[in-house]
Each structure stands twice: as structure tokens, then as C-alpha cells.
Design a protein around this ligand. Structure first.
Ligand code: GLN
Length: 456
């Protein structure tokens, strides 16, 4: 990571990033660029450096902020029409921590509205294009952030991962993406999707950059009662011996070249003396169904606050209050948002709660136990992130089930709360990046990042 010092000014780093952002404007990466604000901040850091004052560990480092992180700089829209015009009075804890170390946000990045999706095509502002092939999707929901890093516009970008939204776009664009242990990084000030699986994480170009960011962002926050004490900075790197691969994922539903990439990495690990252990994890087959019950239930609850009165957009059409709510929500949400609100309310309704939500909650417990069992046998698990590399724009956006199937190998981590690091694993014959994920037990984030260097 290039950090400002007496030789390279923060202003230079920030101006270069802004130039690149403009150069790549056709990728539709940013929903907002803050040229003036970013240069002002850079100059303040350069002044400090000139005066010989101490500057932070991220002094002058330009970064991109997924547009579901609150900060008073620019509107926070979560790429949703219903939040257009909303400027937050508060700043997310993660943003405060990064900026206290001197990181400079140059702009906000595009996502599937409210982070619902796997392609960034559900954005009100249109899709972000893949960094390696403009005819293909960036992945999602954090597509803008992933492409901003992959095209080398910024040194790092923030993301949120509720069911794969960091790992999948990272793997579609050939970079690192971490979903930390649930509770490792404060969720305060991030637009809620599903509060029991939402995680804040990063996109980077190297494991070392990831480690630096996590050492800054992790820790307990009185504003988010689900945060854990700062185990990240307290943990010692553990030596691994055994790496698991999930037998249940080695079948035709996963792209052949991805399975080959996994095998190649296993060979590499074997040559370094690690033991590869085949795991049967039958409970993981319930993960996708359980996720698409539990998450919509939480989504329906979290999105109930957008009423046209308190935030952003308000429908012009309404004569009375009831209509104001209904018309604002009808015009303001994307169809995928509405689908989730309806599924969520259905599975929570008194007639169907036991049949759907309760059952999904039980399946979730089985998945938690499945991971505990696996980690009593192996140190980490290596799996694909998604069943295929980046798909074509328009290929799945009108077929929700096909889109949901994208998440079949990523969501179980969120249900279990365990960390997962997406790592680059080469390219397919058409030059599209292939990604794998390293999964570890809860609180193993630091060791997991360190271990990923073995796979380079
Ligand atoms: N693709 C998943 C979904 O649409 C994950 C989204 C996310 O992690 N925000 O639910």
C-alpha cells in the first residue's frame, strides 16, 4: 500500500486516484466522487508531514466507500431510489477508524440496492462492469468497490458481506476480499440488511494490506452491542497442518475450471507439507434455503423504517399518510427489495412462521454445528466462492432463483458467523478471474489472512 511521506504527497496519491476514477467512468463504479473534500483532506495530511508531526498508518491512502456506509460526505443512498437525497448526520465507526489513521475517501461505490443481489445489476444507478470483461457483471452486491480495487483506482475499498457480497465480487475481479467473523468489525453506521449475518470487511490487493486494515477496524464498539472484544490484535498466528476440502461441492454444479483451480491449490499445499482432508458436510445443503428465509425476514424488518417521512425520497403522488407510505415504498424500492420484503413478511406471518422461519433457524443451528465438527478435524477449509466465474450482464437478472444459486457456497459462512477470505486463484481460458475462499473457525481471522500467503 502506498502511503504518503516526505517523498510522495497525499495530494499526489489522491489526485492520481481521482484521475483514474474519471478515466474508468464507463465502468459505473462510483455513485459519488468527492474531489474537493478528498484534496482538502490530503493537504491537511501533507501539512502535518511537513511540520514533522505524526501521521496515521494509512496517511493519504485513497480508498472507496461502499455506498451503504454512513458519512456526512455525500448522500448515502445504498444505490436505492428511496434513499436519494439522504445525507447522514452520523459517521460509521469503521469510517471513523480508517480516517483517524489518515485514509482518504475519494468516493462512494455502486451496489445492488440495499445490498440485495450478486451482480450489482439491482442498483438504481445501473450495473457496474467487470474489471476484466465489460460485457460481464462485477459481482455483487459490492461490485463498485471490487472493481475500484481491481482496476487499481484505490488501494482498498470497504464492503459488506451478508451472504457473499465481498467474497463473490472479489473473486469475479481477481482480488482479496474478507468477510470477518461476525462481530469483529462494528456495524454501527452501516445500512442494515440482515442484522444477524451482516459483516463489514475489505477489498485489497494483498493479504498484508488486509491485515493492516483489520488491525485498524476490528474491536468492540459501544454503539454496536454485537461487537466482540478486540481479539484480532490480541491473537497469535496459529500454525496450520490440515486443510479441509468439502466433498459435497465437488460436482457438476460447480464450473470445471474452478474445481481444477481448487485442486491445483491443494497440490501446492501438499507440496508444502500440508495434509488435505476430504470433509463431508451434509448440513451445508440447507444453507441456501435457510439463508433465503432468515435474511428476507430480517430485511423486511430492517426496511420497514423507509416510510418517505424520515429518509430521502418521498412520492409526490400521495394525498394522505397511508398513500404516502405505500407510494414511496412502491416507487422507491427496486423489485428485488420488494421480493425480499414480501418473502420476509410471509415467512414471519403467524400461519407460516413454524413451517418456514422456525425450521430455517433450526437448520442454521445444524450448520453452526457442522462447522464446529469440521474445525475439530482441520485448521481451515478451502472451497470455491461461487459456482462460476463472472457471468454476462443480463444473464440472470430476470431469474431470481438462478441469481440466488450464485450464493450456494458463500452463505453458510454468514449463517455460522465464521470468517472467509476470498483469494485469487488464476484465470480461466477466457481470461476471467477465478476465486477460492479460505474458511476458518470464529476468531481465526488473523491466522487465516497470514495462511493465505501460502497459496500465492
Ligand atoms: N447475494 C446475496 C444476496 O443477494 C448476498 C448479499 C450480501 O452479502 N449483501 O442476499
Amino acid at each position: 500500500m502506498k502511503i504518503a511521506n516526505s517523498k510522495v504527497t497525499a495530494e499526489r496519491l489522491v489526485r492520481d486516484a481521482l484521475d483514474k476514477a474519471k478515466h474508468f467512468s464507463d465502468y459505473n463504479i462510483f455513485t459519488f466522487l468527492d474531489e474537493e473534500g478528498a484534496i482538502k483532506k490530503a493537504r491537511e495530511i501533507d501539512e502535518k508531514i511537513k511540520r514533522g508531526e505524526k501521521v496515521g498508518r494509512l496517511a493519504g491512502v485513497p480508498y472507496a466507500l461502499k455506498d451503504n456506509f454512513l458519512s456526512p460526505r455525500g448522500e448515502t443512498t445504498a444505490s436505492a431510489h428511496i434513499l436519494e437525497g439522504f445525507t447522514s448526520p452520523v459517521t460509521a465507526t469503521a469510517v471513523e477508524k480508517l480516517e483517524a489513521e489518515g485514509a482518504i475517501m475519494i468516493g462512494r461505490t455502486n451496489l445492488d440496492a440495499f445490498a440485495h443481489g450478486s451482480s450489482t445489476e439491482n442498483s438504481y444507478f445501473g450495473p457496474t462492469l467487470n474489471s476484466h470483461d465489460k460485457k460481464r457483471v462485477a459481482g455483487g452486491s459490492s461490485g463498485g468497490s471490487a472493481v475500484a480495487v481491481a482496476l487499481d483506482i484505490v488501494e482498498f475499498a470497504t464492503g459488506t458481506d451478508t451472504g457473499g457480497s465481498i467474497r463473490q465480487p472479489a473473486s469475479f475481479n481477481g482480488i482479496y476480499g474478507l468477510k470477518p467473523t461476525y462481530g469483529c468489525v462494528s456495524r454501527y453506521g452501516v445500512v442494515a440488511m440482515a442484522s444477524s449475518t451482516d459483516c463489514i470487511g475489505f477489498f485489497t490487493k494483498s493479504p498484508d494490506d488486509m491485515d493492516l486494515l483489520m488491525s485498524i477496524a476490528s474491536g468492540q464498539d459501544p454503539k454496536d452491542l454485537t461487537t466482540l472484544p478486540d481479539y484480532y490484535n490480541d491473537s497469535k498466528v496459529k500454525k496450520a497442518k490440515k486443510i479441509g476440502v468439502v466433498k459435497d461441492f465437488d460436482n457438476e454444479s460447480v464450473d470445471k475450471e474452478i474445481r481444477e483451480a481448487l485442486k491445483k491449490k491443494c497440490e501446492l499445499l501438499k507440496s508444502k507439507g500440508y495434509e488435505i482432508v476430504e470433509l463431508e458436510m451434509p448440513a451445508l445443503k440447507y444453507a441456501l434455503a435457510a439463508y433465503y428465509i432468515i435474511v428476507p425476514a430480517e430485511v423486511a424488518s430492517n426496511l420497514s423504517r423507509y416510510d418517505g417521512v424520515r429518509y430521502g425520497f418521498r412520492s409526490e403522488k400521495s394525498e394522505d399518510l397511508e398513500n404516502l407510505y405505500a407510494n414511496t415504498r412502491d416507487e422507491g424500492f427496486m423489485s428485488e427489495n420488494k421480493r425480499r420484503i414480501m418473502i420476509g413478511n410471509f415467512v414471519l406471518s403467524s400461519g407460516f412462521y413454524d413451517a418456514y422461519f422456525l425450521k430455517a433457524a433450526k437448520a442454521r443451528t445444524l450448520i453452526v454445528k457442522e462447522y464446529e465438527k469440521a474445525f475439530s478435524k482441520v485448521d481451515y477449509i478451502l472451497t470455491p466462492v461461487s459456482p462460476n466465474p463472472a457471468f454476462l450482464l443480463g444473464e440472470k437478472v430476470n431469474d431470481p432463483i438462478a441469481m440466488y444459486l450464485e450464493d450456494m457456497m458463500s452463505v453458510s459462512l454468514n449463517l455460522a458467523g465464521v470468517p472467509g477470505l476470498a483469494i485469487p486463484a488464476g484465470e480461466n481460458k477466457n481470461g476471467l478471474p477465478l476465486g477460492l475462499q479460505l474458511v476458518g473457525p470464529r476468531r481465526s481471522d488473523k491466522s487465516l489472512i497470514e495462511f493465505s500467503k501460502e497459496l500465492i
